[in-house]
Design a protein around this ligand. Structure first.
Ligand code: PAF
Length: 283
């Protein structure tokens, strides 16, 4: 496994592989790898000749009061896990290499970032789209894989790749959960034991909603009220949003008469957690 610490080295590596007609699968991350990331690497491994992982905590996707400074880091463990998962190259750039002095370009998406997480994180998806564009130009992948836990991010990347004619196949990796249902996230590391219990309110409220829909409830507002009361019953929780929406446009849906995306964000203590599920009404 090669470790490439500058964009020039990474680009040269990829160009050399392309010259030999090798295909490249790419999994971009901010590090502190968990089983969710590993499952993306496992999905990518058989798809291409090369498997590239990037680890870069992208400052432009964090708002001023978010957790950039506290974001967990364990590069040694990440490299160990990456090698075990069959990664052939790790791109590990410095901030100055990605955002040199006088950097001033940003990718702007019109509608998708205005829903769900975009309300409370207004600059987030612009930062994501910009860094992913740069990573795509540097790594030059044929296939790139993003986790479905960040469903809105995945939709935004798909839209951007389509709108800007990137010749890259975008795949989504399934949400990986702890045995009690908590969706895996690097941010789970912030939770105290008490908060860890309250964090279960997200996946449990999704299960509750899925059961209500299976029992024939079609009004999203009714289920949303039930979810809100349920989540508020757990200490340390503060709901950011609960949304029943169209899986493609992310526009909210009042009557559940087709498959919908149920997505939510909840602050548990100081940690903001997200989760989601695609749910179809019973026939
Ligand atoms: O999902 C993430 O870890 C990040 O948003 C990404 C895609 C690596 C961009 O910084």
């Amino acid at each position: 496994m090669e470790i490439l610490k500058t964009k020039n080295l990474m680009q040269q590596w990829s160009k050399a592989r392309k010259k030999k007609d090798k295909t490249i699968c790419f999994v971009p991350t901010m590090g502190y790898l968990h089983q969710g990331h590993i499952s993306l690497l496992e999905k990518g491994k058989p798809l291409c000749d090369e498997l590239v992982l990037s680890i870069f905590i992208n400052p432009t996707q964090f708002g001023p009061n978010e957790d950039l400074a506290a974001y967990p880091v364990d590069i040694e463990k990440d490299l160990f896990l990456a090698e075990a998962a069959g990664v052939t190259a790790v791109f590990l750039p410095q901030k100055e290499d990605i955002y040199p002095h006088n950097f001033q370009t940003k990718i702007f998406l019109d509608r998708l970032p205005s829903y769900l997480c975009g309300h409370s994180r207004p600059i987030h998806f612009g930062g994501v789209a910009t860094v992913v564009t740069k990573l795509f130009h540097i790594v030059m992948p044929d296939v790139a894989i993003f986790g479905k836990k960040d469903y809105q991010q995945l939709q935004i990347i798909r839209q951007m790749v389509c709108d800007l004619d990137f010749d890259i196949k975008i795949l989504g990796g399934e949400i990986v959960r702890e045995s009690d249902g908590l969706a895996m996230s690097s941010r789970n590391a912030y939770l105290t034991a008490d908060q860890r219990e309250s964090a279960l309110s997200l996946s449990r409220s999704i299960q509750m909603a899925a059961a209500a829909i299976a029992n024939g409830e079609k009004k999203s507002g009714v289920i949303q009220n039930q979810m809100e009361s349920f989540i508020k019953g757990y200490p340390h929780t503060r709901i950011d949003y609960i949304s029943f929406c169209d899986p493609h446009t992310l526009e909210s849906v009042d009557i559940i008469d087709r498959q919908i995306l149920l997505a939510l964000a909840v602050h548990v203590g100081k940690t903001r957690l997200i989760d989601n599920c695609l749910i179809a009404p019973s026939q």
